[in-house]
Design a protein around this ligand. Structure first.
Ligand code: SER
Length: 584
């Protein structure tokens, strides 16, 4: 079965059972400054898992683009990926376990035709936060999985979420495929990493909310959240023990074989080839979102991925620029399903080429510095770290060159210096993520509502040709881009500011209704119409002042916003302006 058929079969199975298909959301979370990328199908659905009504109803399914940055270093084996696709279905307070377990069993055995005796499952063993999930085990037994293939494991294996520090989570039940390989010892069972059992699907019973105090509160709405990795399942269904041999990666690997004139079948080439394929595939998808390589946030992840790919290219003795060729094979392989990578292909090639060039310069500068340092016949770990920290010169290259020159290098000291650095940046990152995913902080919600007010005010003051061209919210400020040909005068800025503050003072209700996109357009609502919307959308109204299609969430009354202030107005590309504003 091809990946394409798998996606279709999954979606058909659930739409036949009254689920609405939601399009994959962007890889970049909307209005959620606490996390860089969407990491699971449930991630864009957090507000709805917490009880907000979803415009498409209580039963949903999707194929979601996901990216996990925690896995960058783990890539290189048969099944880790940074970018991957996740099939998922959701019950938002609708059906529960007694429906989901038979559905899972039916899909695996009847649609995917996996023999039932190849399937084993794990359930939550229970602890102080939640009881042992005997209920699910009984349902599996009823469906046709005998007791000896039902295992109970603790939180580290059978609990999913929250995606951030706080948020919806719960016990899960995981389904494993037995590859038929011999077990690795008497303790080998599903959950063991030896490769005998491969996890293919995860049903999460999201009935808890993890609080910042690490308590687990029961959610009022009990949800089902499932996730099935397209790459792994395609491999299993085709009897392959390596995701990179599936049609989702094979053409990319073949291209790398061609460029490097080396064979994937040779053990030593496997790891670098997988890393190049994975990282450049992820880079193509991040670039398609409009992100550019940089030293911060998503741009930094992108930079790291491209540079790592280039570095592993060197290990395969590829010296020229090659990322564009690999990207081309990614676009050929994935473009049918994700047309955005086709329409963005020019930009993707351009940015990849530029970043490769910049990295090459880095390597040249670092090499010069290396030459200087190595004259004394030895490079200390601290010096190697300095090369890495200051010139972005990869440690592996330092080691490689030191070997060539037969000079000594203190790896331990390097690792120590790096760990110290990582410890410091982890503290920084923890601060950033402290808000947690579901904790779309009150302040962010306020800014989100202020965005609608600002948009409407700009159109009143500057005219109806003004259109939103982008926005970015942090807990400290909002940034709003819009189309307008010239610099705003001080008078215009004051007028806009006053108008927004007046609407805040009027304490207008913020309300939404669910309508079709056509109806929203008819009502004259603002929307980013070139963006993909779902069939039914939420139309947010702020009194009679603003009407916009938007996913929410928003405050209930504008009076909650406080005082609105425009901090800066500046150019933002041709025909576009940018405003920074705060609420206090
Ligand atoms: N959230 C769960 C996962 O990522 C199920 O969708 O596996």
């Amino acid at each position: 079965m091809t990946a394409k058929e798998l996606r279709e079969k999954f979606i058909n199975f659930f739409t036949e059972r009254e689920h609405k298909v939601i399009p994959s959301s962007s890889l970049i979370p909307e209005n959620d400054p606490t996390t860089l990328f969407i990491s699971a199908g449930m991630h864009p659905l957090v507000p709805y898992l917490l009880g907000e009504p979803h415009p498409q109803g209580r039963r949903l399914c999707s194929v979601q683009k996901c990216l996990r940055t925690g896995d960058i270093e783990a890539v290189g084996d048969t099944y880790h990926h940074t970018f991957f696709e996740m099939l998922g279905n959701w019950s938002l307070g609708d059906y529960w376990k007694e429906t989901m377990i038979p559905l899972s069993f039916e899909f695996l055995t009847k649609v995917l035709k996996i023999p039932s005796e190849k399937i084993s499952v794990t359930c939550f063993a229970g602890d102080k936060d939640a009881p042992k999930d005997e209920e699910t085990a009984k349902l599996w037994e009823k469906a046709g999985i005998p007791r000896e293939r039902i295992f109970f494991l603790g939180k580290e294996d059978n609990w999913w979420g929250p995606a951030g520090k706080t948020g919806p989570c719960g016990p899960d039940t995981e389904m494993f495929y037995d590859t038929g390989k011999p077990d690795c010892g008497p303790d080998c069972q599903p959950g063991c990493s030896c490769g005998k059992y491969l996890e293919i699907w995860n049903d999460v019973f999201m009935q808890y909310y993890k609080t910042p105090e690490e308590d687990f509160k029961t959610l009022e709405q009990k949800n089902i959240d499932t996730g099935m990795g397209v790459e792994r399942t395609t491999a299993v269904l085709n009897g392959l023990d390596d995701d990179y041999k599936t049609e989702l990666f094979l053409p990319i690997i073949k291209e790398i074989e061609k460029i490097s004139e080396k064979s994937y079948e040779k053990e030593e080439n496997k790891k670098p080839m997988r890393i190049i394929a994975d990282h450049l595939k992820a880079s193509v998808f991040i670039l398609a979102e409009g992100i550019t390589p940089s030293n911060t946030e998503q741009g930094y992840v992108l930079r790291r991925l491209i540079r790592r790919a280039v570095r592993f290219g060197r290990m395969l003795e590829i010296h020229g620029s090659f990322s564009g060729l690999v990207a081309e094979s990614v676009i050929r392989t994935m473009g049918d399903t994700y047309p955005e990578i086709v329409s963005q292909s020019e930009r993707i090639y351009r940015e990849l080429g530029l970043e490769e060039e910049r990295f090459l310069k880095t390597i040249q500068r670092g090499t010069k510095e290396f030459e200087k340092l190595s004259q004394k016949g030895k490079i200390t770990g601290k010096e190697a770290f300095f090369l890495y920290e200051t010139y972005g010169f990869p440690f592996e290259l330092t080691v490689e060159m030191a070997k060539e020159k037969e000079i000594e290098i203190n790896e331990e000291e390097f690792i120590k210096a790096q760990e110290e650095h990582q410890r410091k940046s982890r503290i920084g990152a923890e601060k950033k993520f402290a808000g947690g995913l579901a904790d779309q902080s009150e302040q962010v919600t306020k800014y989100h509502t202020a965005t609608h007010l600002l948009h409407a005010a700009l159109r009143k003051v500057l005219g109806e040709t003004v259109r939103q061209a982008g926005s970015n919210i942090t807990a400290e400020r909002m940034r709003f881009d819009f189309t307008y040909p010239s610099k705003m005068t001080d008078e215009q800025i004051n007028k806009v500011e006053d108008l927004v503050n007046q609407k805040i003072k009027e304490n207008l209700p913020v309300e939404f209704k669910v309508v079709s996109l056509e109806e929203a357009k008819k009502e004259g609502a603002m929307a980013l119409f070139e963006q993909k919307y779902q069939e039914r959308v939420k139309l947010y109204k702020i009194g009679d002042f603003s009407k916009e299609v938007c996913g929410g969430p928003h405050v209930s009354f504008t009076g909650e916003l406080g005082k609105f202030k425009i901090i800066k107005e500046e150019a933002s590309g041709a025909g576009k302006r940018r405003i920074y504003a705060t609420l206090s």
